[in-house]
Structures are given as C-alpha cells and as structure tokens.
Design a binder for this molecule. Structure first.
Ligand code: C2E
Ligand code: MG
Ligand code: MG
Ligand code: MG
Length: 284
C-alpha cells in the first residue's frame, strides 16, 4: 500500500502548492475588487500649528475596511498596490474623497474655512509619473476646491529619480500645491534632495520625535534637522507627537506644525471637522 500513500502525499503536496499560490495571488485580486467596491475610506489626522494650538488642516490617511469588519493598514496595502499597478486607482480614489469632503465642509461652514489644508500622500510611483496631477486638477475644479488647499507629500523614495520628481514638483507647484518630503531622515540622500529640489515642507519622521528627551543618538540629530530645515527655508511638521514634553521641545525649537496622538488619531471626516472647528473658535 506504499504506492497509494505516495500518491496521496503528492496529491497533498500539489494541493498545498496550489493553495500557497492562491494565497499569494488572491490579495491582488482582492485589492482590485475592493477598489471597485469602495472599501477604502479616508480618515483625517489633525495638523496643529504649535504657536497657536489651532488645527490648520489634516493629513488624509487611507484605511481598507473589509466587509468582514476588519481594517487593514496602509502599511500593508499601499506596497501591495504599488507592486500590482493598482496604486493609481487608489490615488485617484483618495483624491476624490478629499475633494468631496473639502467641498462639503466648505458648504457646511459657509466658506469660512477656506484656509484649511489637506495633505495627500503620493506614492513614489505616482511621483515619478506625475499622472495624478491631471486627475487632481480636474477633480478639484469640478468640486470647486482651490488647489492651494491641497498639500502633497511623498517619501524620499518618491524623489530618488530626481529628474522625474523635479518635473512633477514643478507642475504641482505651478498648480498651487505645497510639496512636503515625508518621513524625513529615514531614507537616503536626504541632504542633496533638500538642496536641489524645490520642496516647501519637511516632515520629521516619528522615530526622531520618539527619541526626544531620551539618551539616544537619534535625539542628538533632531536640533540639527530643525536648524537645517529652517536655514533652507522649509516649514517643518513633526509627526508622531505623543507627549506634552515632545510638544514643548518642538515648540521651543520653532517647529511650525505637529501631528500625533497627543492631539488626535486619524478621524472620520465629520469628526475631523468638529475637531477643527473646536480649536478654531475665537475663545479657544
Ligand atoms: P505617513 O504618511 O508617515 O503617515 C503617518 C503615520 O503615522 C500614519 O499611519 C498615522 O496614523 C501614524 N501616526 C500618527 N500619529 C501617530 C502617533 O502619535 N504615534 C504613532 N505611533 N503613529 C502615529 P497609517 O495611517 O497607518 O499610514 C501609514 C502610511 O501609509 C503613511 O505613513 C503613508 O505613507 C501611507 N499612506 C496612508 N494613506 C495613504 C494614501 O492615501 N496614499 C498613499 N500613497 N499612501 C498612504
Ligand atoms: Mg504622510
Ligand atoms: Mg510621514
Ligand atoms: Mg512616517
């Protein structure tokens, strides 16, 4: 009976390989279906002006809410979408969400909050191609939202191909967008990028913010990042601010903006508007 057992074993092996292959392939298929089904929602994490404590806008952060009730982090699905060419669809979706929410907020607030800006994460593939800019321009025009209200941010990886990035940045700036370099300090060639590309804002990665006040080598670098950013005329945003001590340090160092759980996690659109309005009341 050794032969049938061998057959069973190989049949099991084949089944296992097929299953593994399906496991590898299914996320791609799933992602395509989910984009279609609008399972991706945009949340808004408030950005605070440190000198006044006012909320001046938010970063749009995407979540994948599955029909089974689970929520998948963009740390997982964004790289997957980049690998499979689905990132363009996700970027278009984020643009549509942000334009619709800004238009609605303007209506609800009677045009009082035109100064608010929303930071949109642009993947490195989008940054290289620049294709999203036409979609962005049309979507904003259709929604009657000023392009000055949209900030664009990409990580250093998005600026690595400097020639392609420069073309995209120049077009984006001409359209009125502010451009930020995201997760600053975690990638390569940071200094040369800052010196050569026409960027406006530098977002210090949360790993540096976490080191504030700690006996870590990283904490020694922070004052230099801030000083260098300001000497190159960048506005600075600190991300991942979680403690009062970090806030005090950053404010004293002249950092313009902060974002983090100390103020708020990323919120659904309506909750964000309420948060924004609360910190912008004359009495606040
Ligand atoms: P990011 O652009 O650096 O966004 C900041 C991340 O830090 C967010 O994670 C945010 O929720 C988290 N965060 C904010 N405050 C704190 C804090 O005080 N403590 C800690 N520990 N974390 C904090 P999230 O939402 O999981 O997003 C992860 C990354 O996914 C983002 O990093 C961004 O690179 C990417 N991403 C998110 N939405 C989009 C999108 O619509 N398009 C693209 N291309 N990328 C996106
Ligand atoms: Mg970001
Ligand atoms: Mg960031
Ligand atoms: Mg980051």
């Amino acid at each position: 009976y050794l032969i049938p057992l061998g057959l069973v074993t190989s049949a099991l092996l084949v089944a296992l390989v097929l299953w593994a292959l399906r496991q590898r392939l299914s996320p791609h298929k799933e992602l395509a279906i989910a984009v279609k089904n609008r399972e991706f929602v945009t949340l808004y994490q408030p950005i605070i002006e440190l000198s006044t404590g006012r909320c001046v806008g938010a970063e749009a952060l995407m979540r994948w809410n599955r029909p089974d009730g689970t929520s998948i982090s963009p740390e997982i699905f964004i790289p997957l979408a980049e690998e499979t060419g689905l990132i363009e669809a996700l970027t278009d979706h984020a643009i549509a969400c942000v334009a619709a929410d800004l238009a609605r907020w303007k209506d609800e607030a009677g045009g009082e909050y035109g100064g608010m800006h929303i930071a949109l994460n642009i993947s490195s593939a989008d940054m290289q191609s620049g294709r999203f800019l036409a979609v962005l321009a049309k979507t904003l025009a259709d929604a009657n939202v000023a392009s000055e209200q949209i900030w664009l941010e990409a990580t250093e990886r998005g600026f690595m191909n400097a020639a392609a990035a420069r073309a995209t940045i120049e077009r984006a700036r001409a359209a009125g967008h502010v451009i930020a370099i995201d997760d600053f300090g975690t990638g390569y060639s940071s200094l040369s990028l800052l010196e050569t590309l026409p960027l406006d804002t530098l977002k210090i990665d949360k790993s540096f913010i976490r080191a504030i006040g700690k006996q870590a080598a990283t904490s020694l670098v922070i004052p230099h990042i801030i000083e260098m950013g300001h000497s190159l005329n960048f506005k600075i945003v600190a991300e991942g601010v979680e403690t009062e001590a970090q806030q005090v340090y950053l404010r004293d160092a002249g950092v313009e903006f902060a974002q983090g759980w100390l103020y708020s996690k990323a919120l659904p659109a309506d909750d964000f508007l309420a948060f924004h309005n609360l910190t912008n009341r004359p009495s606040a």
